[in-house]
Design a protein around this ligand. Sequence first.
Ligand code: PEP
Ligand code: MG
Length: 581
Amino acid sequence: MTASSRVLQGCSLSRGYGSGTAYVYCAGAAPPVPHRSIASEDVNEEKRRFLLAVGAARRDLSEVQERVLAEIGEAESEIIGAHLALVTDPTFIARIERRIESRRINAELAIEEEAGAVAKEIRDLGNDYLRERAHDVVDVKKRLLKHLGHGAAGVLEQLAPGTVVVARELLPSDTLNLDRAHVVGLVLEGGGPTSHAAILARSMGIPAVGCIDGLFTHVADGHCIFVDGERGEVLVDPDAAQAGEFARSQGSYDRSLSNLVADEWRECVTLDGHPITLLANIGRPSEVDQIRRHYLAGVGLFRTEYLFMDSPERPSLDAQRRAYRAVLDRLGDRPMTIRTFDIGGDKRPQFATGVLSRGTGGLRGLRFSLRESAMFRVQLRAIMEASEASNQLAILLPMVASAEDMESAIGIIDEVANALCQPRPRIGAMVETPSALFEVDDILSLADFVSLGTNDLTQFMLGADRRTAESLSDDAIFQPALLRGLHHVARCALAHGKPVTVCGEAAGDPMAACLLIGLGLERLSMSPARAARVRAAVRSHRRSALQTAATRGVEARTRAQVVDIVRELSLGTAETNAAKS
Ligand code: PEP
Ligand code: MG
């Protein structure tokens, strides 16, 4: 190891290896703006984006001006008046449009160029008063760029090739905005394995490591970074020996993954032929294509809140209907379970921030939707209209806290279905709160199926925030209390004759999945990229062995004992495989 190289130990958030140059992302910092050429057919779209930003800037400047006038004074409000005058100046607007058209450049670049030219003209006049006015031009430029999506978050959308993003924490909206073509790794100071940033990194196939204390004392912009998502390690400015070892590990990881992927067409059955259903967790229409690629049976969880993360306004009926239709169209005749907005926690879509600050009291999921019932009804109608009464679709309600809430939701769903003269779709409840766990029997009397959200259930049962470094390790699911809770749900569902799916991250971990199957949970929904390993694990165990291990796990006293049981299980398989070969 050279004097400058460092190894930082954290926890794996997303598997795989990636190496590149560190870009330290600080929410709130002034971002660089994308500069690009555009095709002639995109000129009108670019002008449209620009004019929308002008409209939004006008609206918020008028509001600010009124507020300043009322709360501060007339002289100060004139400063804002000057900004407003510039943003409504037809010459300024026309000159930017002309730049977009004649130079075939994006709106951001045209704004920067024009604002730079105007500011220079003013400065060149050499008058102190006017020099101040040049600052106004810069301010207006920033405001327009903000409305084009270049607040602090916009920077993540256009990164240099081979970038490792290094951040304290990433919100789901930041993660969704990541420039997927160019980001090769993610390193977070916080972020537990079940944080939404980790879930999204996995579904995007970006290797990620989190939970690194003091990350920023070791890493700065421009450092060479190797992300080892297998060991949960980060190498900073590695020496030649470390780089060589990293390349070897990466090579063997890629080979073993491609072997697993080559076997994905095989049935997902245990060694003794018992079928297990593998489904996909998705958040965007583009992910549907992975379902076919990984031979999955359908969508077990469609997280609709991801679709509209960046939308400043509540998504309209039409926008939602189109988005849901787009997923159904790509899905063919495979089934889809669509979850209504799960807003709250670290999932705060822009369109809901005003509502959240008005005091929904930290309510999440269904509890939020019942309080904001107009928004809920629009979503339900969009879902039902998109599916045109087909059987293919089921509605899943997140964060169900009680059978009583479930009843209220069903009442609303019935009203929407009746108004559309459609039969009520199948309705499921997420069991992801301790209260739902204790009321699962009553909930199952009302619901057509249930889905186990092990991510939230784990955080609530173990009292650890899923976003933080102190949060949950990968083996948290092996806590005996949790296994007993899951076992209880499996037995109740069986008694009611209703299906139960696991859609938390545990379902995508091969050994956790084995234990879940042993508990009787035979429908598993996961990020599609994780399915190859789960399928291979299922195919290498007898169902009876999984059941025995799960029974021992439920009866165990400590998490460490369960971890040992799981190790024995995988060791047994390794020995059987060795004996066979
Ligand atoms: C869960 O909590 O396990 C779950 C699947 O929901 P989400 O991760 O979207 O909160
Ligand atoms: Mg959840």
